[in-house]
Design a protein. Structure first.
Length: 152
């Protein structure tokens, strides 16, 4: 019985069955090029638009770097996390890494957006935390390859 199961598994792999992905089925990674903070708005500019954008408020205790879990201190009393996927700040090949974003990991704002900090750039998940003076209703809009988060 074991021999038959092994032969069946080997045959499935040889014929292309078994969950292999087809060419073109993986979406392109959106590469971040700039982050702009202006009072009530934060704009993230990409070379191409990210497929998925998620934003939600989190408690201060959840402000941490992905991977290391190191706490991310952030000004403010309300914290909005925004995640883009698939997205990154660099494109890696077997022999090199080309950075698309060379700006700061942390940007201060004049208020009500007080500070923005990168928290994740791992496995096609790019995350930024936005520290606000107080909790405000976020409006997330996407225009071509830019994502804008406005408050108020």
């Amino acid at each position: 019985m074991r021999k038959a199961a092994s032969a069946l598994a080997a045959a499935a792999l040889l014929t292309g069955c078994g969950g292999s992905k087809k060419q073109g089925s993986v979406p392109a990674t959106a590469l971040l090029t700039a982050v702009h903070v202006e009072g009530t708005t934060v704009t993230f500019a990409f070379r191409t638009a990210p497929q998925d954008v998620r934003a939600s408020y989190v408690p201060r205790s959840q402000l941490a770097e992905s991977g290391s879990g190191k706490p991310v201190p952030l000004k403010g009393s309300a914290y909005l996390m925004i995640h883009f996927s698939p997205a990154a700040t660099a494109e890696a090949t077997a022999s090199s890494v080309a950075f698309s974003y060379s700006g700061p990991r942390r940007i201060e704002g004049p208020g009500p957006v007080l500070e923005v900090a990168k928290t994740s750039d791992f496995e096609a998940d790019l995350g930024w935390a936005i520290g606000l003076e107080r909790r405000l209703v976020p409006h997330v809009s996407q225009d071509d390859s830019s994502v804008t988060v406005s408050f108020g």
